[in-house]
Design a protein around this ligand. Sequence first.
Ligand SMILES: NC(=O)c1ccc[n+]([C@@H]2O[C@H](COP(=O)([O-])OP(=O)(O)OC[C@H]3O[C@@H](n4cnc5c(N)ncnc54)[C@H](OP(=O)(O)O)[C@@H]3O)[C@@H](O)[C@H]2O)c1
Length: 315
Amino acid sequence: MLIKQICILGGSGFVGSAIVAKLATAGYSVKVLTRRKDHAKNLLLLPQVQVLECNVLDKQALTSALAGVDAVINLLGILHQSRRTSFNDMHHALPAQLAGICKDLHIKRLVHMSSLRADKNAPSQYLRSKAAGEAALLAYSAELNITIFRPSIIFGRGDSFINLFASLVKVMPLVMLAKPNAKFQPIWVEDVASCFVACLNNRASYGQTYELAGPKVYRFRQLVQAVMDTLQIQRPIIGLTDGLSYAQAWMMELLPIQLMSRDNILSMQVDSVSEQTLPALLNITPSSLETIIPQYLLDETSRGAYDRFRRAAAR
Ligand SMILES: NC(=O)c1ccc[n+]([C@@H]2O[C@H](COP(=O)([O-])OP(=O)(O)OC[C@H]3O[C@@H](n4cnc5c(N)ncnc54)[C@H](OP(=O)(O)O)[C@@H]3O)[C@@H](O)[C@H]2O)c1
């Protein structure tokens, strides 16, 4: 069956907005579910995009919202747990429920966002809950055509990671960097979005799990250095020991805005790098960080910074 109408959970977010824009450009009809319509106001003007308020954790509400679509993309994810929402709620229980609803509604196609190094024995709750979500989905492999993506960190206009360090080096005299030797293989958000669009109607991607990583591996310290080089600001980077990294994250958990948690530090115990090369069917040659980040770091507006802080504060 040719897929035309897609429902996307998490479509208002950083990655979701890029995917929705590409789907709309490719002529798909897209339904974006959000807790609050104003979270998705950047999408309202796109052609063939409908934004619908929905409590995705409510089975009945989610079932009504999904009725009639041909495919579902699930991007829901959190980096920090709150009293209201746990990693398990968002990364495990929700995908499990979503797959059950898709089966009941005969929606055969489901594309899901996990994370590189998700594993049931991973050191962080984030990675363990992502692995539990993958396993819950794969239990439906006989009934649903599922594709899972596992990216390393994702950069691009509006990201939280690169922009956070750009904001810090502008105001701080030095950078006290947790886990300075942790490894990442960052991938551009537009490349990630292209992969989602490329796989939707491609049967060869059914039942597959793809790791998504950019062309180069960086240590955390090198990433911060790349940000400073782009901004032409130089600050000393003081690498923290594991113990001090954990203590710093603990203190940051007390801030009103969530920047870093102890669980994030535990995630960095495993290198977020991939040994796979991207398969030809995804049809991308990943762009390098050095060519992309100047396009948005040197073009930052106060509005962009405001939107990121709003997201960090979960408002
Ligand atoms: N960004 C990265 O570097 C990265 C790396 C690896 C994996 N990932 C995964 O990629 C996915 C998308 O990431 P992103 O960076 O685009 O995230 P994001 O910008 O924070 O967006 C996440 C989306 O989740 C929804 N959401 C957040 N908390 C929710 C809650 N408590 N209840 C219901 N919905 C909630 C938000 O929708 P509304 O506010 O509209 O309701 C938002 O659209 C996630 O699964 C993430 O784990 C991201």
